[in-house]
Design a protein. Sequence first.
Length: 161
Amino acid sequence: MEEDVFDRWYVQMKQSYVLRCGSCGTLNRVPIEKAENRPLCGRCREVLHFPSHTVFVSSGTFDRDVLEWPGLVLVEFYDEWCHYCQEIAPALEKLSAKRQGMLKIVKIDMQKDPLLSLRYNVKGAPCFLLFKNGDLLARLDGSPGNIDDLEKWILLSLMKK
């Protein structure tokens, strides 16, 4: 996959990021050109951080971290005993760092939080759901192959909508 296809698409579609302040919870819109200048929260003046690693969520935090997130969220339902889930975990961390500010990646342990699995009818791991502004865009049950294939799936899902 061409390295900057995702970046070019995203910049064309959106000219700013929306970040939730880790201190006060306020949503802040940050223009792309100011994103590298350590943006501050408009309410409490704390430094805003882009999600640069995968975030573990539960049914108690799912709505806030996924459905209320104003942007792209990739959700992985995983099982700690799933071989593929273990293999792809480091690559998901790298993807999260690579696409920080553009793509938030969250993980849900199916064994520890079966309510979310029931809510989205997830029967096996891995299962990937792609949300944009709280709306479910696409679903991928099973292994996408490798991280490049997963990134292609994300891009194709975005282009369809």
